[in-house]
Design a protein around this ligand. Structure first.
Ligand SMILES: NC(=O)c1ccc[n+]([C@@H]2O[C@H](COP(=O)([O-])OP(=O)(O)OC[C@H]3O[C@@H](n4cnc5c(N)ncnc54)[C@H](OP(=O)(O)O)[C@@H]3O)[C@@H](O)[C@H]2O)c1
Length: 214
């Protein structure tokens, strides 16, 4: 049993991840920014804790993280507002990496996106630009940290039912269900072979555990 803390605990992926982790016997702490979401999160078996990561300093985040065995970043500003995108997807994510280091929480799983990277090629006038820049910066910061990190990079997220099967790297399809993403996060936490790796994936034909071990 581990104590796993999810940032973005009321997100669509997180709400699918929480029951998987609880069923596996883990203690799950879900950071949410809206107290009205507490009941829905608690119904998954996770413990909701109200924390707006956009407005918390590194030391405050480190205090929240103390005692956790792993951190999962599944938050996001949702695009649209570039300033908020940089504040959440880049700056708060980077503070959470520093906070995990300060709190001695070595394991950190970041939900990024397929094709994320400093050479993302998105033009500056594209509405997706701020998100691409923010995720690339946070991923780059995590890669040079001392944490046992995994960067999960799914492509476009759907609300389809879980298949339990993915395809790593090869863009055989251009979508992946949030339910499969949740299962990949849970499996990554159990699979040391994912440490210090970036796993880009879509829905596919390979059972998740096999795909992550390969
Ligand atoms: N959409 C895609 O196609 C796609 C593709 C690849 C990767 N991703 C990544 O996948 C991840 C999860 O996706 P999803 O569909 O679960 O997203 P989602 O439903 O939009 O969840 C994101 C969560 O982040 C929370 N959040 C935003 N700002 C916050 C803050 N300041 N403090 C605390 N929490 C905050 C939101 O809280 P509220 O509920 O209060 O708004 C929301 O619950 C994100 O990291 C996203 O970047 C998305």
């Amino acid at each position: 049993m581990a104590r796993i803390l999810i940032i973005g605990g009321h997100g669509k992926v997180a709400l699918l991840l929480e029951p998987l982790l609880v069923a596996a016997g883990h203690e799950v702490i879900a950071l949410i920014r809206n107290p009205a979401h507490a009941g829905e999160v608690a119904a998954t078996g996770a413990t909701p804790r109200v924390a707006d990561v956009e407005n918390l300093e590194t030391a405050e985040l480190a205090e929240l993280f103390t005692g956790a065995d792993a951190i999962v970043w599944s938050a996001g500003a949702g695009g649209g507002n570039p300033a908020r995108t940089y504040a959440v997807d880049r700056d708060a994510a980077i503070r959470s990496i520093d906070a995990a280091t300060a709190a001695g929480v070595r394991r950190y799983v970041m939900v990024s996106y397929f094709d994320a990277g400093l050479n993302h090629g998105i033009p500056a006038d594209n509405p997706f630009f701020a998100y691409a820049e923010a995720k690339a910066a946070a991923d780059a910061y995590l890669r040079v940290s001392e944490l046992d990190w995994t960067i999960l990079a799914p492509s476009a997220l759907t609300l389809e039912a879980p298949t339990g099967r993915i395809e790593v790297a090869a863009p055989a399809s251009t979508a992946v269900s949030r339910a499969n993403v949740a299962a990949v996060i849970a499996a990554s936490l159990d699979e040391p072979a994912t440490i210090r790796r970036t796993v880009a994936f879509n829905d596919g034909d390979v059972p998740i555990a096999d795909a992550l071990r390969a």
